[in-house]
Ligand binder design. Sequence first.
Ligand SMILES: C[S@@+](CC[C@H](N)C(=O)[O-])C[C@H]1O[C@@H](n2cnc3c(N)ncnc32)[C@H](O)[C@@H]1O
Length: 268
Amino acid sequence: MTAKDEIDASRPHPARVYDYWLNGESHYEADAVAAERVVRVWPGVVMGARLNREFMHRVTRWLVGEAGVRQFLDIGTGIPTEPNLHQVAQAIAPETRVVYSDNDPIVLRHAKKLLAGAPEGRTAYLHADFTEPGAILDAPELRETLDLNRPVALSLIALLHFITDERGAYEIVRSLMDALPSGSYLVVSHATADFDPDLLTRVAEAYQSTVAEGQIRSSSEVNRFFDGLELVDPGVVVAHRWRPEGGEAQPDITDAEFPVYGGVARKP
Ligand SMILES: C[S@@+](CC[C@H](N)C(=O)[O-])C[C@H]1O[C@@H](n2cnc3c(N)ncnc32)[C@H](O)[C@@H]1O
């Protein structure tokens, strides 16, 4: 699917369905119906969407505060939900630059909210499809905002389970990381069926039949995205267990309740 410009309100779209779970306001009736169908199968999806955002916040704070990263390429950004990545990053280092990208026209429509950042930093929005990495890397929005001779964090949060192996998920990640210099990072969060296969089969049926195709991956398949990179401790773990602030992940949430892996790795 390439990045088109028209919004089709009659069919559910991933960004708008996710917006419904996050209690946002940028979705239509068809999205709400599809989102509720998943909620009936997996009531924890609403909490999962929130925990996934919190993973993005923690990783971004770590990358800026601990690893010194000042440039981000966030693909599969979604409809703006505060705080957005640039707000988290620029609260620590106002000079941070962020390029956001998504293929859904509704994200394009709301992109202005992603462009209002700290005056010292810069943000840009690129309407593009992840499956066309060459177009993303060559886009003026990216070239005018990021210096590809300096480290960049490639942030793919809850995106890769929409991209099947057949569509080249691994090759695309590799080609994007190949274009970034040593000291760059890859961030991934990704749904898995490792803990409750029956649940994920039902979720995939409810979601993929109406919203979008995709591919749920196992721990080893998610780890494969990081081949050739140095995983940051604690490696690929259920995302709310990735460097929890205060030292401990929320103890009452089991892996089966939030079946989403998260990981961060550095390009040597
Ligand atoms: C579940 S949302 C995640 C949003 C955000 N990254 C987050 O985690 O809060 C997935 C996003 O990926 C986008 N997406 C799906 N397939 C895509 C593709 N081929 N190219 C670009 N974006 C895509 C959807 O439009 C949607 O905004």
